[in-house]
Each structure stands twice: as C-alpha cells, then as structure tokens.
Design a protein around this ligand. Sequence first.
Ligand code: ADP
Ligand code: MG
Length: 346
Amino acid sequence: MNESTFPVTEHLPTQAEPTRTTPVQPATPAAPRSLTPPDNYAEMPRPTAKLTAEDIAPVNDPHGPRNKIGPTGRPLPDLPEPQPPTKTGPAQVIAMCNQKGGVGKTTTTINLGAAIAETGRKVLLIDFDPQGSASIGLGVQPHDLDISVYNLLMQRDITPDEVIRPTRVENLDLLPANIDLSAAEVQLVQEVAREYTLQRVLEPIIPLYDVILIDCAPSLGLLTVNALTASNGIVVPLECEFFALRGLAMLTDTIGKVQDRLNPKLEIVGILGTMFDGRTTHAREVLDRVVQAFDERVFHTVIRRTVKFPETTVVGEPITTYAPSSQAATQYRDLAKEVLARCPAG
Ligand SMILES: Nc1ncnc2c1ncn2[C@@H]1O[C@H](COP(=O)(O)OP(=O)(O)O)[C@@H](O)[C@H]1O
Ligand SMILES: [Mg+2]
C-alpha cells in the first residue's frame, strides 16, 4: 500500500508566504471539518447491530420494503430519483481522496461518474494519478497519449478542449493522465500560486459540465493539494478492513489546512465504504465503527466486494454499461443519488 510519500507541510504555504493570487476569505466556522475519530475511539462499545442478509437492501430498492436497515446499520433514506437537469453547469468539482492505495478511488471515480452521466448530467473525469488507472479503466492507453493533463497544467498554450476526449459512455468525458504527471509534482513546486494550478486551468470549463470528478493519486503531495484546492467537495473511499482508519487523521489534517489556507469552500461530501463483504462479521464491525466515529458523514450506500470491478478494468468500461443490471451497478447508481442529494447544485 502506498502511504503518503510527500510531507504535506512542504506543499502548503505558511501564513507569510505570498503565493496566493486571489484573496481567500477565512474559512466559514460553520463548515463541518473534523473527521478525526474521537479520542476514546478504541474503547468505544463494540457494534451491536446484528444484520442478516435480509436486512440489507440497496438504497431505493423499488422491490424492497421501506425503512429497512442498510448495510451501515442505519435506516435507509428514501432518496429522490435524480431528474434530468434543465441547464448545464456550473460544475460541482468533487475529489476522490485517500492517500492509501487500493481503496476504490479510481473504481468510484469511473462508476460514480458513469452513474451520474446516466441521469443526463454532463460529467468530466479528471485522471490525476500518474499511474493513469482511470484512463485505462475507460479504455485509454496512457502510453499512447500525445497530450495529457500534464500538458494542460504545465503549458500555458494548451487549452482543455485539446486534451479532453469523449468516452464510449454518453455524457462522460475524460481528461486523461499518464506517467508524465509525476514530473508535474516536482515542476509545480517552482510555479507561482502552485496550489491553484489545476483550479486555474479548469476555470473555463466549469460552465460546460454539471459534475467534475477528480481521481487523486495515493499521496497527499502537491498534486492532491491542487485537486483539493480546485474542488468544492471530497468523497473519501474507505476499504472496509481493519486498518481503514489508519491515515485518516493525516488526510483530515490536510483537508483542514487546505480549507484554512487555500479553499474555504471545500467540504466533505461523504465517506464511502468499499469492498464490503457482508458475510464476514469483520467487515460489518469495521463499517459499524466507521459510522460510530463519523455518523451522518458516512454514505448509506456501501460498495460490496465483487470480481465484476477487476473485470471492468479489463474491458475498459464502467460497470453501468458492462453489467447494467448487476448489484454493483445498482450500488453506484444509489451512490449517485446520495451524492446529488448532498450537492443539490450538481
Ligand atoms: N468493490 C470492489 N470489489 C472488488 N474489487 C474492487 C472493488 N473496488 C475496487 N476493486 C479492485 O481493487 C483494486 C483497487 O481499486 P482502485 O479503485 O484502483 O483503488 P485506488 O484507486 O484507491 O488505488 C482494483 O483492482 C479494483 O478493480
Ligand atoms: Mg487509483
């Protein structure tokens, strides 16, 4: 697992550093920000909810009885079916962020993006990981790219429309990445207003999309700080396993610093349990503990472990088109409803 390799503080301006181009208001005190587990977390009571497979229904399952307890141990909300938008934009920008690798960031970016695109919204996925996994997952070979998000960040004469390409999914565009992006992590350090680079290049395309999802790299370095600075919201995918909460304090510390110094608009949209295996008490206990610690911030939708996701990577398309009626596709559609309900403007 790739834990953070870049000390966050190196990339964040101190109060004295005049790197800002636009005046930033102080963070709104009302914005919820602490994602840190309570001090007594270790001694908190063991989860009591004993769920059977019958108790667990997808959110908004039209065939399931109402008021069922969901996989997170809370009653499932009755979320509205997203209506097609009447106009396009301005886009909600949401970063998928967790410095731990292999937690489902890329899978969530692709499949949440595709599920939102199905509702008629214009969606752009930004691959912001030098490994180019989101690009591969949508059938684009990173090493074949002549031009990528790297060129958009580093070359003033490149415009977004030169780099953005449509995907095979209607309403879903991709800003691809490849290994070149790893150089940006180093080269951006020299730039004026280096944390605002992505925000600056995205500005002209905000009116053209309803939702922009950024697939972050597994680090808390300057690229991720750029993604958080350019975003209104963060989704934190969390693998339902014992060490999931390790490193979350470092992530919330970074989020807090970005809120204070760079982007007071940034909010946590939600925490998403991924790779959940409801048959094991272990996965249920982990999820119960996450809910005890973070409560309403945890999405009701949980993504179950299934071999379908590795398969979609091979075919280079989202689950919503590869296996449209699968449970996995339904889960990402449920997540799309929750995300759209939490970001009404999206
Ligand atoms: N719900 C799931 N069930 C089974 N495998 C999954 C699931 N979500 C993701 N995976 C697989 O786990 C691996 C890591 O997921 P990925 O989305 O690439 O994580 P990250 O972007 O955080 O590194 C991939 O091989 C992916 O196909
Ligand atoms: Mg990834």
